[in-house]
Design a binder for this molecule. Structure first.
Ligand code: HEC
Length: 120
């Protein structure tokens, strides 16, 4: 009986848990390993940890003050439902969005950050 229950229930548990762990967003392919980032993406990674990481996770799916940015460009839409493209994310950084304040960075830093976000 125990054996039966374990074998039947374990797959069910996994099916229920996975969407919860992923924050109700479909799972996306894993981020590019840090060791494989090019120079621009590495700079974006550094900028992310100066300007964004106090509110956003990049490499796991936990919510901090804002939604996780893991897989942000691998989904068609941002959490707000806006299209997930460079233009929209750059506007979010420049102007802020809802509870997110505008982030004061220059256009080179924005390009570097976008390059990094595309690897997530
Ligand atoms: C002080 C905290 C804070 C900082 C710093 C911050 N964010 Fe956010 N961010 C938020 C919050 C909160 C939201 C959710 C906004 C809402 O929907 O009300 C958000 C939402 C977003 C979204 C989703 C927008 C949408 O349309 O769904 C993106 C993309 C984003 N942030 C990117 C960034 C990037 C990139 C940085 C660094 C340059 C950054 N954020 C810095 C708090 C922050």
């Amino acid at each position: 009986m125990n054996l039966l229950r374990r074998n039947l229930l374990r797959p069910c548990g996994l099916i229920v848990l996975c969407p919860l762990l992923a924050g109700c967003r479909p799972a996306t392919p894993p981020p590019t390993p840090l060791s494989q980032l090019n120079a621009q993406q590495r700079q974006g990674y550094r900028d992310f940890h100066v300007y964004c990481s106090q509110c956003h996770d990049d490499r796991d799916a936990d919510s901090l003050h804002g939604p996780p940015l893991l897989g942000v460009f691998k989904q068609p839409y941002l959490p707000s439902g806006a299209p997930a493209n460079d233009e929209r994310v750059a506007a979010t950084i420049r102007d802020g969005h809802g509870l997110m304040p505008p982030i004061d960075i220059d256009s080179q830093q924005t390009q570097d950050l976008l390059a990094y976000l595309h690897t997530l």
